[in-house]
Design a protein around this ligand. Structure first.
Ligand code: FDM
Ligand code: MG
Length: 218
Protein backbone atom coordinates (compact mmCIF):
# COMPACT_ATOMS: atom_id res chain seq x y z
CA UNK A 1 0.00 0.00 0.00
CA UNK A 2 3.01 2.25 -0.51
CA UNK A 3 2.33 5.48 -2.31
CA UNK A 4 4.63 6.09 -5.24
CA UNK A 5 5.82 9.65 -5.49
CA UNK A 6 7.52 10.19 -8.79
CA UNK A 7 10.68 12.24 -8.72
CA UNK A 8 10.56 15.62 -10.31
CA UNK A 9 12.54 16.35 -13.45
CA UNK A 10 15.79 18.28 -13.42
CA UNK A 11 16.28 21.76 -14.84
CA UNK A 12 19.44 21.90 -16.94
CA UNK A 13 20.63 25.23 -18.34
CA UNK A 14 23.38 25.74 -20.92
CA UNK A 15 24.82 29.26 -21.19
CA UNK A 16 27.58 30.68 -23.34
CA UNK A 17 28.54 32.97 -26.18
CA UNK A 18 27.10 32.80 -29.66
CA UNK A 19 28.83 29.97 -31.59
CA UNK A 20 29.89 28.18 -28.42
CA UNK A 21 27.90 25.09 -29.44
CA UNK A 22 25.05 25.39 -26.92
CA UNK A 23 22.24 24.47 -29.28
CA UNK A 24 24.04 21.41 -30.71
CA UNK A 25 24.81 20.11 -27.22
CA UNK A 26 21.26 20.75 -25.99
CA UNK A 27 19.96 18.77 -28.96
CA UNK A 28 22.42 15.92 -28.30
CA UNK A 29 21.44 15.75 -24.65
CA UNK A 30 17.76 15.88 -25.56
CA UNK A 31 18.19 12.96 -28.03
CA UNK A 32 20.19 11.01 -25.47
CA UNK A 33 17.57 11.43 -22.74
CA UNK A 34 14.82 10.44 -25.16
CA UNK A 35 16.67 7.30 -26.22
CA UNK A 36 17.02 6.42 -22.52
CA UNK A 37 13.24 6.68 -22.21
CA UNK A 38 13.37 9.80 -20.06
CA UNK A 39 10.62 12.36 -20.50
CA UNK A 40 12.37 15.51 -21.63
CA UNK A 41 11.56 18.96 -22.99
CA UNK A 42 13.82 21.42 -24.80
CA UNK A 43 13.27 25.14 -24.23
CA UNK A 44 15.17 27.90 -25.99
CA UNK A 45 15.29 31.53 -24.82
CA UNK A 46 14.42 33.86 -26.32
CA UNK A 47 11.34 31.89 -27.38
CA UNK A 48 10.63 33.79 -30.58
CA UNK A 49 7.21 32.16 -31.09
CA UNK A 50 5.26 34.19 -28.50
CA UNK A 51 4.13 37.82 -28.74
CA UNK A 52 7.07 38.99 -26.60
CA UNK A 53 9.24 36.74 -28.77
CA UNK A 54 8.05 38.51 -31.91
CA UNK A 55 9.10 41.85 -30.41
CA UNK A 56 12.48 40.40 -29.47
CA UNK A 57 12.97 38.94 -32.95
CA UNK A 58 12.17 42.28 -34.60
CA UNK A 59 14.66 43.97 -32.30
CA UNK A 60 17.44 41.43 -32.85
CA UNK A 61 17.05 41.49 -36.62
CA UNK A 62 17.09 45.29 -36.70
CA UNK A 63 13.50 45.73 -37.86
CA UNK A 64 12.58 47.55 -34.64
CA UNK A 65 14.32 49.83 -32.18
CA UNK A 66 13.74 49.61 -28.43
CA UNK A 67 14.96 51.42 -25.36
CA UNK A 68 17.67 49.29 -23.68
CA UNK A 69 15.69 48.93 -20.45
CA UNK A 70 12.48 48.15 -22.26
CA UNK A 71 13.90 45.35 -24.41
CA UNK A 72 15.68 43.98 -21.36
CA UNK A 73 12.38 43.62 -19.51
CA UNK A 74 10.76 42.04 -22.56
CA UNK A 75 13.51 39.36 -22.64
CA UNK A 76 12.79 38.74 -18.94
CA UNK A 77 9.01 38.64 -19.53
CA UNK A 78 9.69 36.05 -22.24
CA UNK A 79 11.04 33.79 -19.46
CA UNK A 80 8.42 34.67 -16.83
CA UNK A 81 5.56 33.81 -19.17
CA UNK A 82 7.08 30.32 -19.65
CA UNK A 83 8.06 29.51 -16.07
CA UNK A 84 4.71 28.14 -14.88
CA UNK A 85 4.64 25.58 -17.64
CA UNK A 86 8.29 24.66 -17.00
CA UNK A 87 7.68 24.13 -13.30
CA UNK A 88 4.58 22.02 -13.97
CA UNK A 89 6.62 19.85 -16.32
CA UNK A 90 9.40 19.47 -13.76
CA UNK A 91 6.85 18.47 -11.13
CA UNK A 92 5.41 15.85 -13.43
CA UNK A 93 8.84 14.28 -13.85
CA UNK A 94 9.93 15.82 -17.13
CA UNK A 95 13.56 16.93 -17.43
CA UNK A 96 13.83 20.38 -18.99
CA UNK A 97 16.89 21.40 -21.02
CA UNK A 98 17.17 25.17 -21.45
CA UNK A 99 19.27 26.88 -24.11
CA UNK A 100 20.12 30.35 -22.62
CA UNK A 101 18.38 31.70 -19.54
CA UNK A 102 18.57 34.54 -17.00
CA UNK A 103 22.37 34.66 -17.14
CA UNK A 104 22.35 35.61 -20.83
CA UNK A 105 19.55 38.01 -20.01
CA UNK A 106 21.67 39.94 -17.52
CA UNK A 107 25.03 39.92 -19.29
CA UNK A 108 23.98 40.83 -22.85
CA UNK A 109 22.13 43.90 -21.60
CA UNK A 110 24.95 44.91 -19.24
CA UNK A 111 27.46 44.48 -22.10
CA UNK A 112 25.82 47.31 -24.02
CA UNK A 113 27.77 49.79 -21.90
CA UNK A 114 24.72 51.91 -21.23
CA UNK A 115 25.80 53.68 -18.01
CA UNK A 116 22.20 53.51 -16.72
CA UNK A 117 22.05 49.76 -17.09
CA UNK A 118 24.24 47.97 -14.56
CA UNK A 119 24.66 44.23 -14.06
CA UNK A 120 22.74 44.53 -10.76
CA UNK A 121 19.84 46.29 -12.45
CA UNK A 122 19.86 43.77 -15.28
CA UNK A 123 19.80 40.82 -12.88
CA UNK A 124 16.88 42.11 -10.77
CA UNK A 125 13.94 41.00 -12.93
CA UNK A 126 15.35 37.44 -12.88
CA UNK A 127 14.95 37.18 -9.09
CA UNK A 128 12.36 34.55 -8.31
CA UNK A 129 12.70 32.53 -11.50
CA UNK A 130 13.60 28.86 -11.01
CA UNK A 131 17.21 28.15 -10.15
CA UNK A 132 18.77 25.56 -12.47
CA UNK A 133 19.66 22.21 -10.90
CA UNK A 134 22.56 22.03 -13.31
CA UNK A 135 24.17 25.03 -14.98
CA UNK A 136 26.80 24.83 -17.71
CA UNK A 137 28.87 27.69 -19.02
CA UNK A 138 30.35 26.94 -22.43
CA UNK A 139 33.54 28.94 -22.43
CA UNK A 140 35.19 29.94 -25.69
CA UNK A 141 37.19 33.04 -26.60
CA UNK A 142 35.36 35.49 -28.84
CA UNK A 143 38.16 35.06 -31.39
CA UNK A 144 37.74 31.24 -31.48
CA UNK A 145 33.97 31.65 -31.66
CA UNK A 146 34.29 34.07 -34.57
CA UNK A 147 36.43 31.52 -36.46
CA UNK A 148 33.45 29.15 -36.49
CA UNK A 149 31.94 30.56 -39.65
CA UNK A 150 31.90 34.15 -38.50
CA UNK A 151 29.10 36.06 -36.87
CA UNK A 152 25.75 36.67 -38.49
CA UNK A 153 23.88 39.90 -39.01
CA UNK A 154 21.91 39.97 -35.74
CA UNK A 155 22.38 42.65 -33.13
CA UNK A 156 25.08 41.61 -30.59
CA UNK A 157 26.86 39.33 -33.09
CA UNK A 158 30.04 41.39 -33.04
CA UNK A 159 33.35 40.32 -31.61
CA UNK A 160 33.75 43.33 -29.31
CA UNK A 161 30.32 42.78 -27.80
CA UNK A 162 30.96 39.05 -27.41
CA UNK A 163 34.19 39.71 -25.60
CA UNK A 164 32.44 41.98 -23.07
CA UNK A 165 29.69 39.36 -22.70
CA UNK A 166 32.28 36.72 -21.84
CA UNK A 167 33.87 38.90 -19.14
CA UNK A 168 30.44 39.70 -17.68
CA UNK A 169 29.37 36.04 -17.62
CA UNK A 170 32.43 35.30 -15.47
CA UNK A 171 31.75 38.27 -13.21
CA UNK A 172 28.11 37.26 -12.77
CA UNK A 173 28.94 33.63 -11.97
CA UNK A 174 31.58 34.73 -9.46
CA UNK A 175 29.12 37.02 -7.70
CA UNK A 176 26.06 34.76 -7.58
CA UNK A 177 25.68 32.93 -4.29
CA UNK A 178 24.28 29.43 -4.28
CA UNK A 179 24.49 28.90 -8.02
CA UNK A 180 27.08 26.27 -8.98
CA UNK A 181 28.47 26.62 -12.49
CA UNK A 182 30.12 23.88 -14.50
CA UNK A 183 32.51 25.63 -16.82
CA UNK A 184 33.19 23.61 -19.97
CA UNK A 185 35.98 24.34 -22.46
CA UNK A 186 33.83 24.79 -25.55
CA UNK A 187 36.72 25.31 -27.94
CA UNK A 188 37.14 21.53 -28.22
CA UNK A 189 35.36 19.13 -30.59
CA UNK A 190 31.62 18.37 -30.26
CA UNK A 191 32.47 14.86 -29.07
CA UNK A 192 34.82 16.05 -26.34
CA UNK A 193 32.33 18.63 -25.09
CA UNK A 194 29.47 16.10 -25.21
CA UNK A 195 31.49 13.60 -23.17
CA UNK A 196 32.16 16.24 -20.49
CA UNK A 197 28.52 17.31 -20.34
CA UNK A 198 27.33 13.73 -20.10
CA UNK A 199 29.67 12.81 -17.27
CA UNK A 200 28.51 15.84 -15.27
CA UNK A 201 24.85 15.09 -15.98
CA UNK A 202 25.29 11.45 -14.95
CA UNK A 203 27.01 12.49 -11.74
CA UNK A 204 24.01 14.58 -10.78
CA UNK A 205 21.52 12.80 -8.58
CA UNK A 206 17.93 13.89 -8.67
CA UNK A 207 17.12 16.47 -6.07
CA UNK A 208 14.87 15.07 -3.38
CA UNK A 209 13.14 18.39 -2.82
CA UNK A 210 9.79 18.82 -4.48
CA UNK A 211 10.70 21.96 -6.40
CA UNK A 212 13.88 23.75 -7.31
CA UNK A 213 14.54 26.93 -5.40
CA UNK A 214 14.53 30.42 -6.83
CA UNK A 215 17.23 32.72 -8.15
CA UNK A 216 18.28 35.31 -5.57
CA UNK A 217 19.54 38.84 -5.76
CA UNK A 218 23.13 39.60 -6.77
N1 FDM B 1 19.83 37.51 -25.42
C1 FDM B 1 19.29 36.33 -25.09
C2 FDM B 1 19.60 38.65 -24.65
O1 FDM B 1 20.09 39.73 -24.97
N2 FDM B 1 18.81 38.55 -23.55
C3 FDM B 1 18.24 37.38 -23.17
O2 FDM B 1 17.52 37.32 -22.14
C4 FDM B 1 18.49 36.22 -23.97
C5 FDM B 1 17.87 34.90 -23.59
O3 FDM B 1 19.75 37.46 -27.74
F1 FDM B 1 22.68 37.59 -28.74
C6 FDM B 1 20.62 37.64 -26.65
C7 FDM B 1 21.71 36.64 -26.85
C8 FDM B 1 21.83 36.58 -28.34
C9 FDM B 1 20.45 36.92 -28.86
O4 FDM B 1 19.91 34.61 -28.84
C10 FDM B 1 19.68 35.80 -29.49
P1 FDM B 1 20.13 33.27 -29.71
O5 FDM B 1 20.46 32.21 -28.69
O6 FDM B 1 21.30 33.56 -30.62
O7 FDM B 1 18.85 33.05 -30.45
MG1 MG C 1 22.60 33.83 -32.01
Amino acid sequence: SATTVSKRGILIVIEGLDRSGKSSQCQRLFDRFQSQGRKVRYVKFPDRSTSTGHMINSYLTGQAQQDDHSIHLIFSANRWEAIKSISLDLLSGIDVIVDRYSFSGAVYSAAKQNPDLSLEWAWSPEIGLLKPDLLFFFDISSADAAKRGGYGAERYEKEEMQSRVRTLFKELFARLDGVAVHQVDASRTMEEVAADVLSIVQGTTEDETLMSSALHKL
